[in-house]
Design a protein around this ligand. Structure first.
Ligand SMILES: [Mn+2]
Length: 379
């Protein structure tokens, strides 16, 4: 740690903050520390008090809880592992892995996506400076582990994923699905839609339309929204696709989108109309006469430079700060659940694709907290 230098005569740096920083610094003072204190007490009990030479008496002998960030068993954000999935309804948020890459048509490896995202999520604390949220203090997160997928059998894996997501959604916990390739978008939506009386909208971030009926003769990761929008209460008119473009958008999928009336917003569309207007447009489409909205975030909506660990990298995508701003915007009205797909750790560099995957989830959860959608009411 560099030594702090005296900054002239000023003892109050506040007036030099920008508005976002000033707000963030002030907000931090309002956040409780009760959950952190409970976590430390629990760590000392279960992990034993630290050795006599340890001056900071909040440090246990065995690492329990957040610190140190390189240690511990990797659940998402070091949330408790919910081995008994019948108890996932005790949490506001249930994180689940869908390690399925049998729907991949180019680079595989997203079966390791849940592991990669969980591992690097240990780098994050639970507090966001700009968003003024400490997830640990606001909500409970449980990690239910992974769905048992069947490698080489797309349809059986779909049935497993749909059943798993259905179970979580029915429990009342907010499902966060760690993909997996994008073919899982069909079974995840299926698992939620069956619980709704009304319609389910979909907000889909991607460079690719993913709306063709089959690819290589199967329901691959290029096809989820064809099959999802075949579900009677998941109309294509409520599907908004953000970030589409480039040289990897198969024409059959584009034709389906035109016929069914999906809404496509390219990177240039979003940047030129401005993030705020893009968010309004997306929300209008997804929520039109809908009961709930599912968020599907394909990390390849980001420029290929930021996501080397993905199935179909495509240059010309969003900057991370643009995608994160869009994500926060479209989450502000609430969601039925979310998935992050196409993170393939074997192709990743320095964990950056996993890192942005974890970040996307944290920003959405914080937005749900800030807008009163989490914690769950009446749970
Ligand atoms: Mn994609």
């Amino acid at each position: 740690m560099p030594e702090q230098k005296e900054q002239g005569a000023s003892t109050h740096p506040g007036p030099r903050h920008g508005p976002e920083a000033a707000r963030a610094v002030a907000l931090e003072a309002t956040l409780p520390t009760a959950a952190r204190d409970r976590e430390i007490a629990r760590g000392l009990e279960l992990g034993l008090p630290g050795a006599d030479s340890i001056v900071d008496r909040s440090i246990p002998t065995f690492s329990r809880g957040e610190l140190p960030h390189y240690a511990g068993i990797n659940t998402f954000l070091k949330a408790p592992y919910v081995e008994d999935v019948r108890e996932c309804g005790n949490f506001d948020v249930a994180v689940v892995g869908a390690p399925h890459d049998s729907g991949t048509t180019y680079r595989p490896g997203t079966r390791f996506g849940p592991q990669g995202i969980r591992r690097i999520s240990g780098l994050y604390g639970t507090y966001s400076f700009e968003l003024g949220v400490d997830l640990r203090e606001s909500i409970t997160i449980g990690d239910v582990g992974d769905i048992f997928t069947i490698p080489g059998n797309i349809e059986k894996s779909f049935d497993q994923i749909a059943k798993g997501v259905s179970h979580i959604y029915a429990s009342g916990a907010f499902p966060v699905v760690l993909g997996g390739d994008h073919s899982i978008g069909y079974p995840t939506v299926r698992g939620v839609a069956e619980h709704l009386d009304g319609n389910l909208g979909i907000i889909h971030f991607d460079r690719h339309v993913d709306t063709q009926e089959t690819d290589l003769d199967e329901r691959m990761h290029t096809t989820p929204w064809f099959h999802a929008t075949d579900i009677p209460n998941v109309p294509a008119s409520n599907l908004v696709q953000i970030g589409i473009g480039g040289w990897q958008a198969p024409r059959p999928g584009v034709a389906v989108g035109r016929e069914r009336g999906t809404t496509i917003m390219t990177v240039n569309d979003c940047v030129e109309m401005g993030i705020e207007t893009a968010v309004e447009t997306a929300l209008e489409v997804a929520w039109h006469d809908a009961e709930a909205v599912w968020l599907s975030f394909d990390v390849d909506c980001l420029d290929a430079a930021f996501v080397p660990g993905t199935g179909w990298p495509e240059p010309g995508g969003f900057l991370p700060r643009e995608a994160l701003a869009l994500l926060r915007g479209v989450s502000s009205r609430g969601l039925a659940g979310m998935e992050v797909v196409e993170c393939s750790p074997p192709y990743d560099s320095a964990d950056i694709t996993s890192l942005v995957s974890a970040r996307a989830i944290c920003d959405v959860l914080a937005t749900l907290v800030n807008n009163g959608h989490l914690p769950r009411k009446g749970a």
